[in-house]
Each structure stands twice: as C-alpha cells, then as structure tokens.
Write a protein that binds this ligand. Sequence first.
Ligand code: F6R
Length: 615
Amino acid sequence: MCGIMGYAGGKRAAEIIIEGLSRQEYRGYDSAGIALRCEDEIVSAKIVGRVSELARKVKELPKKCAESTSGIGHTRWATHGGVTETNAHPHESADGSVVLVHNGIVENSREIKSRLESEGVKFITQTDTEAACQLLAALYKKTRGDALESMKTLTAELRGAFALVILFRDRPGEIWCARRGSPLVAARDGSACYCASDPTALLAYTRDLFFLEEGEMARLSPEQCEFFGFGGEKKRKKTIRLNWDSVMADKGRHDHFMRKEIGEQPDVLRLTIDTHTILAEVAMDKSLALPPGLMKRVRRVQLVACGTSNYAALVARDIMESFDNSLDVSAEIASEYRYRNVAGGDDTLAVFVSQSGETADTLAAARIARARGTHCVAVTNVRGSTLDREIDRAVLSLAGPEVGVAATKTFMGQISILAMLSMALLKDRGTLSAGDEARLIGGLRSIPALQQSIIERENEIKTLAEKYAGSGGFFFIGRRECVPLTMEGALKLKEIAYLPSEAYAAGEMKHGPIAMLDEKLTVVALVPDTDLREKTLSNVEECRARNAPILLLVSEGDEAARAHATDIFFVPRTEPELFPFVAVIPLQLFAYHVARALGRDIDMPRNLAKSVTVE
Ligand code: F6R
C-alpha cells in the first residue's frame, strides 16, 4: 500500500527512482509522482495511472532534471481524497520549503489543517498527508531551518501511521525519513543512500539493509545514512542481510509474475523440507527454542492471520488437529482477534502468519497477545519485517520475493513451514508418533514432483478456465481438509478475475446457498478419495440437480466420479492431510487463466494492495 523510493547519490536519480517504484508497483496504487532536486529547485511530476506514464512525464521535465542526483518518488493507494493528480504525492508546502511523500494515515490531519489554516496556510489537496507537509514547513521556519528539531516536533505531533520521506529545499543532497507504523528500509551502496517501502526495490543495489524501527528517523546523503530516535538521539544501526536477489523478483520468460510464482512452488516446498528435516525427522524444534516443556503445558494454539495467510493457517490447524484433539487449535482472523476478548496467557501459544510481516491487523493482534502474556511465534516471508523484528521467535517461510499481488508461492511457503512447525510442536508435546512423522515427511518429499506434473498439464486447466470464464459466478465446495482450499480458490478468482465466487463447506450448501444455484453458476467441487468422498459427492449431486455445471477435482484414477461431473480434473494422489499442497496448484492456475481470458490486470488487480499496512 503506497510505495516509496528515495535516492541521494551520484547517479541519475530519476532513473533509479522510477525503477524502484516499478519494483514496488505490486504493492497496489492508483497514481504516482516524483520530486527531483534540479540544481537549486525541486521539480515534481505526478500522474494518475501507471509508473510507466510517470517515466514518460519525467522525460518532459526541464533538461537539468535529467542530471539530478537526488529525489523521492511515490506510488499512492488512495485513502483520504480522490484519485487525482493534485492528491498524488509528493506534496509541497505552500512556502515551497518542504516536499514530502507518505505511506500511512495521519489521524489528526483535520486538527492540524484547521490550526494551520487559521494561521493563514493555504491547503490545496484533500489528503491527510498535506497536513504533515505544511506542519513540517511551519516547524522548519520556526526553528530557522533546524531539520532535526523540526522532525522531532513533527513526529511527536502526528498521530497515526507514517513512513515519511522528505526533501528540504535548502538542503541539497539530503533526504530525511521517519517511520511509525508503516514500513521503511534504507541502504547504502558506495557513494549513495537509498530508501524504500519494500526491500525488493533495493535488491538491485545491495542486500544489506537498514530496517527502520518504530520511532526512528534517518538522514540520508551520498556520504552516509545517519539514524536518530524520535527524540533526536543518534542511533547506531546494523544492516540485515537479505538472502534474496533481484533476479528472483524478475518475471523471467513468463507474461506475469503470478504465473512465474505458481511455477516456483515445487522449489519452495523442496527448500522448506531440505531446510527443516533430517532424514525422516523434522528438525525445527531446536531452532525454534520454545521454553522447555511448553508444548506439554499449553492448552491452546491460535494461528492468527489475514486473507490467504488465514487459509494457510486453516490448513495447519487441520493438520495439528488430526493428530491431537487434546489441544484446542484455532485459526483466527487478525482483524477480529485484535478486538475480541480472546483467551491468552501462559497456557496459550499464538502463531502469527504474515507473508509481508507488515499487515497492520496481524501486527496489532501480535502486540495484544504479547501484552496478555501469550507465547508468540511469527511466521513471515520477509526477514527484517516488523513482525520478524517484534516477535522474538520468528520462523521464515522460504518462498523468496513474491511480486504478484495475489499470493501463490508464499501460500505454499506458509503451508510448508506451518506443516513443519505443527509436526515440531506435536513432537514436543508427544502426540506425533515417529511413524506419522516419517509418513508425513515422506509424503511432503513426494509432492514437488506431483505439483510439477500438474503444472505440465496447464493446457488442460487453461481449456477449462476459458470454458468457464463466462460463468455468472462460482461456488467452491469441499469438506474438512478441502475447506481452506475452497476459500483460497474462491479468493483467487475474486482477486484477479473479479468474479463472484463463494466458498462453502459442502455440507452447508443446503442450509441456504443452494437457493442461488442454476445453470449460470458453476460449482467447483474438491472431492479427494477419502472417507468423505461419498458424502461430498452427494452434495455435488444436490447441486447438479439444480442445473449447476459441475467442475470436479478428484483423485487420480477415480473414473467413477466422472458420472457426477460436467468437467473433471484429476489430482495426483497423496497423504490425505497433504491434499491442499497438491490441489491448490490447479485452483491457482484456473483463476490465472480465467483472469487472462477476461483480460484482467493479473499482477496488479484493481483496488488491491500487496501489503495492507493500514487497518
Ligand atoms: C491474497 C492475499 C491477501 C494476503 C493478506 C495478508 O492473495 O495476498 O489476502 O494474504 O493481505 O497478507 P500478509 O500475509 O502479508 O499478512
């Protein structure tokens, strides 16, 4: 949500900033802008639309701007004020002394605005950000150009969340930053400093990054990155090395990041298994370093997350529950958990799952759980993210950078690491037998090849997707281990194809939703060959009797299921608990090809942001 890029160095700033913004396009945005120091003035360009259009507009700026060596850029995802060029960032103070970009929400912007207006300051946008900009200019004037002092007062006065990146007109080559609540990362490479919302924007320059903590500010110049607390005290910061490179964040031969990332899932699973097992044993319990005996004492495990991460949590809940019903395992939606009076304390383990590690609701939920004395573990894909830094016991999912807005390989990273974690926790508790452990690990090891075999059958899925792209809507149904998959399959279609799609536990259909069915709504039913096959097929028949076309996903070799289907897709067989690891691939490919058939913007679907850093 909003992407920021800043550069102070010796090279052409415009190109670096545009490149950094393009690498953050996936965060979601509707407008973009840049401010460049061009000799003694700061020149801005803004557009409503894509970064590529901004790049074209930058080429039309005065010639001296092409030689500019410092500046800031922004992609805006509108919260306060419509999607217009005026509301796009950077914002400039009325006196021209300050130019600033912002990610977050300034909650007291109205108060600040009316105060400054009564002092005669003219506001020109509807944004909350302009209040921060005008206030900083007023403070800068009052302190006679003391940037640190002005930043101290600004950060004390602003309420809400912000990552601010600032140019002062009379401070050439300097960029000032401040962070509370919204992510910001800085880096130094030779004679340049950079800052960005997202590490992927900086990977082309360095992998050693300074993650700004809550309540930290920075002054970046070609010579150095300096850090301060909000009180103005100097801080020494260490870099964190990211084990990613910029090639990982390239589309390669694919038309879309999403398609490339779907194809990377066998590798994600392989890497997770290789990293966290020794032969047929899970080897994560030691690195997790939970207090000795904790798992024997805890009564409940809460898996807390949002969106697709919540569905990954549901997969893990089902795995844990299937081996140990003496433990109360629940998958909780973070935006609800934070406001409910949920149980916690010394007998509770909460696992916070977030690929970005920056989701505002998940972070808030984790802070609440910690305050209740609950034992906390984080599972995130981004080393150095807020969740990783705030929760002592953080386990990384190993998906690498994901650029497509719709999560695919990070879901695989999450269910893989959560399966390992679940096994490790149950082993500690003494409820996972060596036989089951070996069976699950053996099952997991065989899955990358099964996933690959589905990817190789992509054309089969494409044909089905093209046939059903004109459907009026979809119901995804299944039972037990398939329920999280129905949710994920339906979410993918909503996100990238914008088609109505609902997920239902198959047994729930006749309690209401079945009333909606007719020949225009397609039912996608997940029916692996388990003890629940017959029951689920009965539910499928109920849907068929209402004339709904049925697309069945069944276990390989289940030819008898054809009788229940309009169309069928055979999913390779695996251990029953591990069905989601295999069956999610055709669901992702189905959504991808439906969206393609409908000409949607697959990597950057409308209205969505990759990392939801506001509540
Ligand atoms: C769906 C998707 C979102 C995220 C959700 C949580 O494709 O990407 O539903 O899963 O916004 O994000 P993280 O995992 O970063 O906390």
